[in-house]
Design a protein around this ligand. Structure first.
Ligand code: ADP
Ligand code: MG
Length: 679
């Protein structure tokens, strides 16, 4: 038997079960081995009946005293009632269903371990359908697997044990010296310990090895994507005196803005292209960095392209950027899909002649037919909307171009390194002065009517509000649409009757969304009801309230982004989180929103409090699905994997050495699953 052997060749697996295994993504012995336990049952220290905690799954050791007769119940089901007692004489009533074979194996007056949830009262303890193991000669730790209906835990354990027994060897993708250096167990050994561990410490050690392996492969995969974007040697720019620029600003830049601008200015005068990420919380003033760079470029006679993910954002940038740059004699133009033909012609002509210094637009800017006189810098805003592969494509487009990326999504350093490669990082960790933090209220749905009353008061004063719709589980195709429409209608005809309410949802065409957004921005709409698609980065200074329904369903970073839609002017702003969850981790998370206003700190807390799941838009970056590792929990291993991958790729960039061939195969498989687009 080899790892590639089909699962069908295992004893007890025929076509039918093979089809069930296929549902779990298991087709070969190798797949089976990588179907890791979800958790373990620990039978090593069973409780007495009296000690067993009620409602918690646990192992109870007891003497089987009576086995009742088979009773037929409805639907062809059978039931058995058993009685057991522990040394103290405390009884336990056990009910079993449809397990004739198991019952036939049981012998009265023998000790067994019953694993399950103890229910009932202190006087009358019960267990329904427990797993039953002989008290002697059993492995103390048993694996529990993710299952599919038709495949039982027992079957999986037996097939797994068989595969592990019959497999002679398993090739190890981790190079031996690396394994030794990091004291990681060899693969077959680790495989045995992860499925049938001697104790839980061994299981953890084995799992850690596989997490490392997976993250190493991930880092090698992304590392090789970045390697393709080798830095080009280009003609360095002349240093530019920024004093006239600073003097012309209507405000004085923050210390963080000055620092970032200087970092960019230094990059621009080097003979390798700039590849820099500006990470700054919403409202930290990232646009100014792009404006300063465009100024430096223009003074060197070169052009800048600024790309935003939507037309409305592009228009917004046009307004703010031309206000800052035109007084300095620069020409700023806009080009989007909606630019009229005559205007487009005019812009393109001026662009080709080098008369336009800064061209703002959507990604259509880099399409064929748009010819720059001398493009020197491409700035992309809200980069997290682009996937890793798109990003790689993007930087190839403007070949000897400098690249500046601006993002409001805070991601841990390690993750940003693997996503963006050796992109240099500038952090805008200071907000312009005079901003008041958005006051955040946490209410339950019982207080919604009052909250809407509060919103009405603000609308009467000429202010605007966002209302984020309840989130629904994905289900029927049109559920999202229907619920958003119904919710907006209910508001418009009920609590917000007589007000101008607009609706924005994910199933609208981009054009329609832009129209609604524009009407809201212009003040024509007073309230905007939306699903989570509230356009990232859009500045509506008149909006001072955002109310978010089902707040518990959002990640903290997402809530922070949503909250960032308000508080963009000097006015006091409010964020109302509606949630009926009052206890547990979720409630704790929402409390974080009340006291914390710093996106980076919120991201850290999110990381600490959030269970497995999408992490900082990991999937948004089009990154592959991980089988074992969970980035929220395994950041430390990730850092180790990143360093090792970097070292490996330095020594052997294409992973061509024979001892890296398995690693290369794994990497290629993972690269194949890197998505093109964020989803
Ligand atoms: P971001 O893109 O980081 O969310 P913006 O660049 O859109 O933030 O800036 C948000 C607002 O703050 C804009 O209205 C901008 O004019 C203003 N602003 C930026 N820098 C400063 C500053 N140093 N002092 C005062 N206002 C500033
Ligand atoms: Mg912005």
């Amino acid at each position: 038997m080899t790892p590639k052997t089909s699962i069908r060749y295992l004893k007890g697996v025929g076509d039918k079960r093979a089809a069930l295994y296929h549902k779990l993504g298991v087709d070969t012995v190798d797949d089976l081995l990588f179907h890791f336990p979800r958790s373990y049952i620990d039978l090593s220290a069973p409780h007495t009946i009296g000690e067993a905690l009620l409602q918690e799954p646990c192992a109870v050791k007891a003497l089987l005293t009576r086995i009742g007769r088979e009773q037929r119940i409805r639907g062809g089901l059978s039931l058995w009632k058993l009685r057991a007692e522990d040394e103290t004489g405390t009884p336990l009533d056990i009910t079993l269903f449809n397990v004739k074979y198991t019952v036939e194996q049981l012998v009265p007056d023998r000790y067994y371990i019953f694993y399950g949830r103890v229910t009932g009262t202190l006087l009358k303890r019960e267990m329904s359908a427990p797993e039953i193991y002989p008290a002697d000669g059993i492995r103390p730790i048993l694996p529990v697997y993710p299952l599919t209906s038709g495949l039982s835990t027992r079957m999986l354990r037996s097939h797994m044990a068989q595969a592990l027994r019959e497999l002679k060897s398993l090739p190890d993708p981790l190079p031996a010296d690396l394994r030794k250096q990091l004291e990681l167990p060899e693969i077959l050994h680790a495989m045995k310990e992860i499925h049938f561990p001697r104790d839980l410490t061994q299981a953890t050690r084995a799992r850690r090895r596989f997490i490392f392996q997976e993250l190493l492969v991930l880092c090698c995969a992304l590392g090789s994507l970045h390697n393709q974007e080798a830095k080009t040697v280009i003609c360095p720019m002349e240093p530019v005196d920024l004093q006239p620029f600073y003097h012309s600003l209507p405000f004085s830049p923050t210390g963080a803005q000055r620092r970032c601008i200087e970092e960019c200015a230094a990059d621009l005068t080097r003979d390798v292209s700039m590849n820099r990420l500006i990470q700054g919380d919403v409202g930290s003033g990232k646009t100014l960095i792009a404006v300063a760079c465009a100024y430096i470029l223009a003074k060197n006679g070169r052009q800048t392209a600024m790309m935003a993910p939507t037309e409305i954002l592009a228009e917004q940038h046009l307004v703010t950027m031309s206000q800052l740059l035109e007084p300095l004699g620069l020409r700023v133009e806009l080009l989007t899909g909606s630019t009229k033909a005559a205007q487009r012609r005019k812009v393109l002509d001026a662009l080709a002649l080098g008369q336009v210094d800064l061209l703002v637009g959507t990604h259509a800017l880099l399409s064929d037919g748009v010819e720059f006189f001398d493009l020197g810098l491409v700035v992309t805003d809200e980069q997290h909307r682009f996937g890793v592969k798109q990003r790689a494509a993007l930087s190839q487009k403007g070949e000897d171009c400098h690249v500046l990326v601006m993002s409001a999504t805070p991601i841990p350093r390690t993750l940003s390194l693997i996503i963006y490669g050796d992109l240099s990082l500038s952090i805008l960790d200071e907000k312009p002065p005079g901003r008041r933090p958005v006051e955040t209220l946490l209410i339950d749905s019982g207080k919604r009517t009052r909250a809407v009353g509060f919103i009405r008061k603000h609308l009467d004063e000429g202010k605007q509000a966002y209302i984020v719709c309840p989130l629904i589980e994905q289900g029927e195709m049109n559920t999202e649409l229907r619920s958003a429409v119904e919710y907006a209608k209910a508001l418009a005809e009920g609590d917000l009757k007589g007000y101008r309410v607009g609706l924005l949802h994910g199933r609208m065409k981009p054009r329609e969304k832009e129209t609604v957004m524009r009407r809201f921005k212009s003040g024509e709409l007073q309230a905007l009801v939306s699903t989570t698609v509230v356009e990232v980065g859009v500045d509506v200074p008149g909006a001072t309230i955002i109310m978010i329904e089902n707040a518990e369903r959002f990640g903290l970073s997402q809530l922070h982004q949503l909250r960032g839609r308000v508080g963009r002017a000097q006015e006091k702003s409010w964020c109302i989180l509606v949630s009926d969850v009052k206890s547990g981790k979720t409630a704790q998370r929402l409390q974080v929103m009340k006291r914390e206003h710093d996106g980076f700190k919120i991201a850290e807390q999110d990381l600490a409090l959030r269970g497995p799941g999408d992490f900082f838009g990991y999937r948004q970056h089009g990154l592959p699905t991980l089988r074992v590792a969970d980035l929220a929990d395994d950041m430390e291993v990730m850092e180790q994997a990143r360093q090792q991958a970097q070292r490996l790729l330095e020594e052997d960039p294409a992973l061509e050495c024979p001892e890296h061939s398995l690693l290369r195969a794994e990497r290629d498989a993972m690269l194949g699953s890197v998505g093109d687009r964020p989803n």
